[in-house]
Ligand binder design. Sequence first.
Ligand code: SF4
Ligand code: SF4
Length: 134
Amino acid sequence: MLWFFTGAGVFDVSGCLIHQSNTRLFRNKKPAMKFPCTKCGLCCSHVDRSNQTKWLNRGDGACRYLNMDTNLCEIYENRPEICRIDSAYKYFSQKISLANYHKANAEVCNTLQSEHGLPLSKRIIILEKDYSLN
Ligand code: SF4
Ligand code: SF4
């Protein structure tokens, strides 16, 4: 999922990206890094933390489309754009580099993971060198 922090712990923009891998997207024939989601699923179980995803809240903070048995999105192919980190980057690309955009989102993912005691192996690490071609 994609997140953006504004102010003191308020999630401003959020989007789920379950199933994404650390590969490159191709935009205008230039390879671009894809957000390296580690599929923890915490963004989808905390849609109430963002004004942009509150409408997905089924009542307990989790998204109405999150399958609690599999921890996967039931409408993944048709999920809202707010749930697509890299697709939503076009709304921010004039203001922030892709690397910094990914860093901002990774920071929120990692904060959520820390709050929930997830292992360090799930943390997202953004390396500047991976964005050198952007
Ligand atoms: S790593 Fe971030 S974007 Fe991926 S599922 Fe977890 S909270 Fe969502
Ligand atoms: S629609 Fe799917 S990807 Fe978006 S928050 Fe819900 S479960 Fe996650």
